[in-house]
Design a protein. Structure first.
Lengths: 114, 116
């Protein structure tokens, strides 16, 4: 596609439920990032997929968070047993691994845990 | 490992005043540098980037930034701001991470509020 696509754009879920957030990167981009943006907290790195290498999971806040990337393209971020503090905008970005590696962002998924 | 520090979390200014948003980075290798902007209720978009060559780079909407290698800084400036520049600004650095792959690291962001 022309840009990074994220779905859903908005998600309201009950505390304790699991949610899946989807990211469709730009075709040919081998690097993919997930970030979380909470009010007043800036951009928080979650996970980084770099081609076929092992992902950098150093930013995942707890073991309730996981992500996978199938076939080097679409990625899914899963949050299990959601808590109210998980409410935030989840942003996905993709880039090339080589060269400048400028990142292109999706519009984000706004997650609200009630 | 690389890191990016944006020294001011919030910067309030009056319309038509000059503004500087500060960014410092740490990295032991060569870097590419970026500024992204996020307008209210929108995604992040690239404002400008430094790759090589002239240390003064110009971006969209009249913004510019200067790369200072000795001070490891990449401050963003605009000589006269408009109300429409109200947004959050993010500094980012791209460096080699594991072989020949590049990784982007962001600062926490600076909220620029332009008041009439």
């Amino acid at each position: 596609g022309a840009g990074v696509s994220q779905s859903p754009s908005n998600k309201v879920t009950e505390k304790g439920k699991d949610v899946e957030l989807r990211c469709d990167p730009i075709s040919g981009h081998t690097a993919l990032y997930w970030y979380r943006q909470s009010l007043g907290q800036g951009l928080e790195f979650l996970i980084y997929f770099q081609g076929n290498s092992a992902p950098d999971k150093s930013g995942l806040p707890s073991d309730r968070f996981s992500a996978e990337r199938t076939g080097g393209s679409v990625s899914t971020l899963t949050i299990q047993r959601t808590q109210q503090e998980d409410s935030a905008v989840y942003l996905c970005a993709s880039s090339l691994l080589k060269g400048v590696a400028e990142a292109f962002f999706g519009q984000g998924t706004r997650l609200t845990v009630v | 490992a690389q890191s990016v520090t944006q020294l001011d979390s919030q910067v309030p200014v009056f319309e038509e005043a000059p503004v500087e948003l500060r960014c410092n980075y740490s990295s032991s290798v060569s870097v590419y540098l970026f500024w992204y902007v996020q307008y209210p209720n929108q995604g992040l978009q690239l404002l400008l980037k430094y790759l090589s060559g002239s240390t003064l780079v110009k971006g969209i909407n009249g913004f510019e930034a200067e790369f200072n290698k000795s001070q490891t800084s990449f401050h963003l400036r605009k000589p006269s701001v408009h109300i429409s520049d109200t947004a959050e600004y993010f500094c980012a650095v791209s460096t080699l991470s594991g072989g020949s792959n590049y990784k982007l690291t962001f600062g926490k962001g600076t909220l620029l509020t332009v008041n009439p």
